[in-house]
Design a protein around this ligand. Structure first.
Ligand code: RM4
Ligand code: MN
Ligand code: MN
Length: 429
């Protein structure tokens, strides 16, 4: 395996921090032991945790208004893979990449799979794209894709999704994530029911092409690019569609795709209750945006989501296997740094949720002891789990201080010499 950052650099930095890590880990271990928690068991759990990164997240996304590229930014899937390899090498948290088609199209997927494996990476859910027209495309998605009035457009969208499944099979993926930008900007523009009927018919055609061991993850989004209505706007529409499609269809929760202040953790519990929790796109949001760094605005909400996931894992009902992925877009930071920071925050919330004394929580709930129930969560949330994460990371070969090593490596500067500059323009690619 050939990894992009020098092992010596990581080893030297880790050696400089080894005493501090041992001290902090031992101190936290003693603190947790007082409440009956074995720190090594938590560390082992964290070592088994991972989250995928989106290939498109390796670039500096931008907004509808502008894009401010940085020198050394990746433009091809090969360059994006290399950046993803950096993130995983340093964090040891992100061993899979989620590709997006046709953005990541190549002629030889077997070779692409090997190229990734060579850098310690596998493949996560395949994402289809019917929210954008491509050069030479026969039918426009300007009026929708799976829900478009035009039958040929709908067929083109179905065919594209089936092609994504075929590519995913070659890469070794087992999930297809379907997010459509379909919707309206004016009252009356489309009939709510007929457009949903068309969506469901198209989605069923895709579903029929899924291999037995695959899942179809339906991603809802309240608005954007359509601002009046979207076809799959909320978790309600999503679960109804997934229920109609069948057992392989599940719901994907992108944390940024809800109205402000929505209780997302409750949605997680609901979806799990009905066997429809398929996965997550982690990011954060303050207003109506959907692409800020995970946990940068509301880390407490992220913790509460992971608390529901810990509950769901303990009560699997008909299985518990959600896929975890970061889906954020960076306009002002180096995407590698943002994804390193987000992966860390996500794993921290996972670790904190593992610390919740569930017996105490459930007992307090049964006794209607509101304050003690709340405190069971608050106690876990307040623990600084950084030493647990650092210990797991260093033991797996990652860096104690991921950002410091990344900066010391001058990786981006080196890439700026090698890679061709990114064009200006707006939009996420
Ligand atoms: C959407 C949605 C999808 C992602 C695109 C790029 O808002 O989050 O998951 O594929 O953006
Ligand atoms: Mn998403
Ligand atoms: Mn989004």
């Amino acid at each position: 395996m050939t990894l992009p950052i020098s092992d010596e650099l990581i080893a030297e930095s880790n050696a400089r921090n080894a005493d501090a890590l041992e001290e902090d880990y031992a101190a936290l271990g003693r603190k947790l032991a007082r409440t009956g928690i074995d720190i090594d068991a938590v560390k082992d759990r964290v070592a088994g945790f991972s989250v995928a990164v989106p290939s498109w997240g390796a670039g500096r996304g931008g907004t509808r208004f502008a894009k401010f590229p940085i020198p050394g930014e990746p433009t091809t899937i090969h360059e994006k893979l290399e950046d993803c390899a950096v993130i995983n090498q340093l964090s040891r948290l992100t061993p899979r990449v989620s590709p997006h088609f046709p953005w990541d199209k190549v002629s030889d997927y077997k070779a692409l799979r090997e190229e990734a494996a060579e850098q310690g990476l596998g493949w996560d859910a395949v994402n289809s794209n019917t929210f954008q027209d491509q050069v030479g495309q026969a039918h426009t998605y300007a009026n929708g894709s799976l829900s478009a009035q035009d039958a040929a457009t709908r067929q083109q969208a179905v065919d594209h999704n089936i092609e994504c499944i075929e590519i995913g099979r070659q890469l070794g993926s087992t999930d297809l994530t379907v997010w459509v930008g379909d919707g309206t900007n004016f009252p009356g523009q489309q009939d709510f029911t007929r457009s949903l009927d068309r969506y469901l018919e198209g989605a069923a055609a895709i579903y029929a092409a899924l291999p037995d061991d695959w899942r179809m993850l339906l991603e809802h989004k309240m608005f954007e690019p359509a601002f009046y209505s979207t076809v799959i706007s909320d978790w309600g529409s999503s679960i109804l569609a997934a229920q109609e499609l069948g057992p392989k269809a599940k719901c994907l929760v992108d944390l940024g795709h809800h109205a402000p202040n929505v209780n997302i953790e409750q949605i997680v519990a609901r979806l799990h209750r009905f066997g429809k929790l398929g996965g997550f796109h982690f990011n954060d949001s303050k207003y109506g945006d959907d692409d800020l760094d995970s946990g940068s605005i509301n880390p407490h909400q992220l913790f509460l989501v992971f608390n529901e996931l810990a509950e769901a894992e303990a009560n699997p009902r008909d299985g518990f296997n959600p896929s975890y992925m970061i889906d954020q877009s960076h306009n002002v930071t180096d995407p590698i740094e943002s994804m390193l920071s987000s992966a860390e925050t996500i794993a921290q919330c996972f670790a904190k949720a593992s610390l919740v004394d569930r017996k105490a929580l459930h007992a307090a709930q049964e006794e209607n002891d509101t304050m003690m129930a709340f405190q069971a969560l608050r106690r876990a949330y307040n623990v600084d789990v950084a030493p647990i994460l650092a210990k797991a990371r260093v033991e797996a070969g990652g860096a104690y201080d991921v950002l410091a090593v990344y900066r010391d490596s001058q990786y981006r500067d080196r890439k700026a010499q090698e890679r061709k500059p990114v064009g200006l323009g707006a939009g996420i690619v």
